[in-house]
Design a protein. Sequence first.
Length: 268
Amino acid sequence: MRTLKIFFVLTSVIFTYSCNYKATKEKVPTSIEITQPNDSTLIGVWKHMSPNGPMKIYFKENGTVETDLGDNNSVDIISSYTIKSDTIEFFDKEGKSCPNAGIYKVYNRGYTVSFDVLDDLCNGRIKSTSGFWVRPNHLDQINQLNSIIEKTDDIKSILHRGRMYLALQKYELAKKDFDMYIKRDSSDAKVYINRAATRFPYGFQGIVYDCNKAIAIDSTDKNAYFLRGLAYYALDEKQKGCDDFQKSIDLGFEILKEAEYNKCKEFW
């Protein structure tokens, strides 16, 4: 159970990949108006579903971000943040805070935003920043994508929608979109990892398959090893699972040293 809890807490590792939507004249009739959300910055409110229910984060222009762990109009954590290029650094100031800063790579795709941990050993902050996040008007945006996909079959819109469904924990719908995308483009390791995330907590063989595909494309992706390690361990192939956890640690996922220590100390 702790393994699956760690997976859900760290869903940011699965969801931190950019995909910019571009319309093409050949595929999009001129009568269709496609408007990419104008979210070039993080400023404003983002939401998602966590294993414990809905969550909300509010990035302010003054360099602070408020985290509402229950999306119930409360402020549970206040942090400062600084952004340099595609990297964001958090430092908790009030609430359920962590003593040291955390550094993440940030991906803003317009429809979704996500954070990939680069340097942070704080479980609480990883939990409060993890996963794909969507804007409060995400239902309107999904409806827009539905219309675009119905009329143009645009592959990038399918991927955007799949990741939005993942943020909302609509795993079956997300997997269908990732299946459609992979049938047309099987060269993106990140999409295999996204699809692997939809298979928890029962489709472990499928998770191994997707992660094998991802690793064959990009052998340096720590997230693929982490997810495959979870699957191997659940399939009672503990040595393989712990080997994958160690590989993920070597690639920068240092929090696993503590999170998986009790399970893997006899193998490490």
